[in-house]
Design a protein around this ligand. Structure first.
Ligand code: HSE
Length: 418
């Protein structure tokens, strides 16, 4: 049965104000934003001052409010608000990927104990309805991989660099357009993509992975050398989150990738995101849409509000079905490593080298590394080194090793990954 929703909205920034507008413009959803709580009393906003409250108590002390929508930047403050809202028996909608990735199981336990919904479609890939699809549509078709571009800011910056616009200017534009996080390091160093990957791992494979266990290498170290290499080979560079299942293992990481022109992501530009889900029987399916910005993200939040009208809850069925799956670093990945210093490249333990270029000013090497040998390297802050993943990049360790006994790497077959 459709239920009356009375909303307490926390946050009125880019997404919060967008939600207010799209909810008012949508005649289809009967829900009322009763209270809006914000932090800054002085900030100019699109609504009159009297419309705002400055204390979250105004939501929790109002028994008519049955739904809390949390859309603030501060994930520590958001954690307290979300926990309190769930404990108080209210449904919660959030788009805070950092908060959810870091505390998902704890928040789910609270939601379950209080028999309330906790929805977060807006937290992953903006307007693309990926969480709900993984929950519902792929329920009976075992997902084998999820990969793609899930950060609008970095895709915008990478696109603009192709157009000759510099990094600083492109980042500023992404901030002005409301794509970037308050702290853009979260975007450009791949943290935001990693938090989203954690949520994809939960809904695609049913596994909980602590974000601190996952490699995130971002785009700050991409130099004109990598762009030149991409141009020479006919590639483009895209920041990818990828998760793939092989047997009972799941591999997952975030890194820039060289993308071939035949690849689905090659022409996905600006703030658009793209996610490909591969299923055992469905094969590959591609989702494309705006991954950042006020209205696109608000539209995903609105779809959660709409689902709450019918008491919708995520069921996390894959958590139960796939309970023997676990995160693994036991695989090989094909990478490009570039640096002005050959010594920096030599510090990366390559298992097999495909290509080596050396000059006075710049060197690069391509080939295969064992993922566990690089998974703890902080590529974002390691001086003088750029990491980019090459096309068709994954191989199982056991396949690689069985070939290596013959000393015959070149003939190595692509067995399990696609
Ligand atoms: N900063 C994020 C992005 C916002 O650029 O994708 C949407 O999650």
């Amino acid at each position: 049965m459709s239920k009356e929703l009375t909303i307490g909205l926390v946050g009125f920034g880019c997404v919060g104000s967008g939600l207010y507008e799209v909810l008012n413009q949508s005649n289809l959803i009967d829900a009322t934003i009763k209270t809006i709580v914000v932090k800054d009393r002085e900030k100019e906003r699109s609504l009159p001052k009297e419309r705002f409250s400055f204390d979250v108590k105004d939501i929790f002390e109002d028994e008519s409010i049955n739904t809390v929508i949390e859309l603030i930047n501060d994930s520590d403050a958001a954690l307290d608000i979300v926990k309190q809202a769930l404990e108080s028996g209210r449904n919660v909608v959030s788009a805070n990927k950092k908060l959810i990735a870091e505390y998902l199981d704890e928040l789910l336990e609270i939601a379950k104990r209080n028999n309330v919904s906790f929805l977060y479609e807006g937290a992953v890939a903006g307007s693309i309805p990926i969480i709900r699809n993984l929950e519902e549509y792929y329920n009976n078709d075992s997902v084998t991989s999820v990969e793609g571009i899930v950060n609008g800011t970095t895709n915008y910056i990478l696109t603009k660099s192709n157009d000759g616009i510099g990094y600083e200017q492109a980042l500023k534009d992404a901030q002005d357009l409301g794509f970037a996080e308050l702290n853009p390091t979260l975007d450009v160093d791949g943290f935001d993509s990693k938090y989203k990957l954690v949520l994809l791992l939960k809904h695609a494979f049913g596994i909980t992975v602590n974000p601190s266990s996952l490699l995130n290498s971002g785009i700050r170290k991409i130099s004109e050398r990598e762009v030149a290499y991409a141009n020479e080979k006919g590639y483009r560079i895209k920041l990818f989150s990828r998760a793939e299942k092989v047997g009972n293992k799941v591999v997952a990481f975030v890194a820039p990738h060289f993308v071939e022109s035949s690849h689905f992501a090659y022409s996905v530009d600006n703030e658009f995101n793209a996610v490909v889900v591969a299923g055992l029987f469905s094969d590959q399916q591609l989702f494309i849409g705006k991954g950042a910005g006020s209205y696109p993200t608000a539209s995903a939040v609105l779809s959660d509000v709409s689902a709450l009208k019918f008491n919708y809850k995520y069921e996390y069925r894959k958590t139960i079905e796939n309970s023997n799956l676990s995160y693994s670093e036991d695989f090989f990945v094909r990478v490009y490593v570039g640096s002005s210093y050959i010594e920096s490249i030599n510090e990366i333990p390559f298992y097999k080298v495909d290509e080596l270029f050396q000059s006075d000013k710049y060197s690069f090497q391509t080939g295969w590394v064992h993922f566990s040998d690089i998974s703890n390297i902080d590529f974002n802050n390691r001086e003088q080194i750029s990491l980019v993943v090459l096309p068709d990049p994954l191989r199982l360790a056991e396949d690689f090793e069985s070939k290596s006994k013959d000393g015959n790497y070149q003939e190595f077959e692509h067995v399990a990954f696609s």
